[in-house]
Design a protein around this ligand. Structure first.
Ligand code: AMP
Ligand code: ZN
Length: 112
């Protein structure tokens, strides 16, 4: 499948890994919007939040169980924001489900 994040998950396109296990990958965003900007993705292709179903939501729960540990490993003791853009109006640019972790400064009430 011609999907950027599937290729990153498969190691076909390099990324700066923050955390990885059999189901998920966390890596630094190439265009950071905050001092710390990491993306967390399921390795399985899910196009967006709209593609989450009872059948595949275990990996989403797994991502959310790992996010606090990833944030702690990034030193985000002051707090952080988790965002998933779904669809055109939200500005989703990569059609593979991903969660942004943003932090490292007091964030404004926009995306970062
Ligand atoms: P979104 O706009 O919510 O779909 O987020 C997509 C994110 O992917 C953006 O923040 C991009 O900067 C980021 N991005 C695009 N290509 C890469 C890449 N090759 N490695 C890391 N992050 C990327
Ligand atoms: Zn994909």
């Amino acid at each position: 499948m011609d999907c950027l994040f599937c290729k990153i998950a498969a190691g076909e396109i390099p990324s700066k890994t923050v955390y990885e296990d059999a189901e998920i990958l966390a890596f630094y965003d190439i265009e950071p919007q905050a001092p710390v900007h990491v993306l967390v993705i399921p390795k399985e292709h899910i196009p967006s939040m709209d593609g989450v179903t009872p059948e595949n939501s275990d990996v989403v729960a797994h991502i959310f169980a790992k996010i606090p540990k990833i944030a702690a490993s990034l030193g985000l003791s002051g707090g952080y924001r988790v965002i998933s853009n779904c669809g055109a109006d939200a500005g989703q640019t990569v059609p593979h489900l991903h969660f942004h972790i943003l932090g490292g400064k007091p964030l404004s009430l926009t995306m970062a």
